[in-house]
Design a protein around this ligand. Sequence first.
Ligand code: F6P
Length: 337
Amino acid sequence: MKKIAVITSGGDAPGMNACIRAIVNTAWQHDIEVIGFRHGFRGIAENLAQPLHPDDMRLVSQRGGTFLKSSRFPEFREVAVAQQAAGVLNEHDISALIVIGGDGSFRGAVHLQNHWHGQVIGIPGTIDNDLAGTDVTIGFATAVDTAMDAIDKVRETAEAMARVFLIEVMGRHAGFIGLHAAIAGAAEGMLLPELEPQPKLADIADNILRARAAFPDSSYIVVVAENLWPGGVHELGNNLSKATGVTCHPCPLGHIQRGGRPNAQDRILAMQLGAAAVSAIMEGKRTIMIGLEQEHVVEVPLAATFARDKPLDPRLVELQHGLQGVNFASKNGAKTA
Ligand code: F6P
């Protein structure tokens, strides 16, 4: 009987468990045995093996996080560690490894492929959605829902107290969560790494003052991508408060964006990609990522997924810029910003 392995690696993402379920159940339908290694690449190197059986998959897909556990494991860049992992995979007689993770994990997967003869297949699992070659990654849609819920809640208190809030969202160095959350949360502003030119502090302050002048009794929310403003939203809040004379409240959402039950979109995506990864293994494919483009499952060379930056959809950027401008329109029709 053929035997394959699966790991979840790097930042966990809602939907990873649903993906494991699809892999295990699809594999068993084809008489392929599956084992997991706990804690990602570290678990392979340390031989933290866990047999996976369809019986154990019945109640996992609705849970966030990853029951297989994950880790960040920079030591895997060392050749000796990758070779050690290859040895462990061989000891278990594994012929293929599925890596569910983001760009750092895929770099690790390519590195392993250079030191191991088996098939390495990637499945995009990261809330950041920053992998080229796939329109969406597992966990992104749920993270956007979570950020939107949080913005809605902040909006209620901000509106009641007529306050300005700077809401920091995750994304590492990409603005996908920020853009989608800003649109869904009807934010008055967004600061994302991809925007050119980057607005200056004086421009942001000016917009806040204009909005306050037009709507002194209303809330004002700016979605800010993490790692963009030196010192984060706390520092930005201090600087803007000084520049405007209006208290600008920082509100970093942090890791709540990584947790929670995966939404339907993420579960369905995860199961589609998990099943397709097993099919790709049976067809002898190697060193590819299984992604989704225009609602079709696609296979992309693994290295191509992190070789270039994935751009934001310019139509969505334009949409948000247009809509946030109208938030400053006064009732007599004149635009104030
Ligand atoms: O890659 C997912 C992510 O949540 C990023 O958005 C964020 O920058 C990073 O992981 C945080 O990583 P950690 O939980 O290791 O601090």
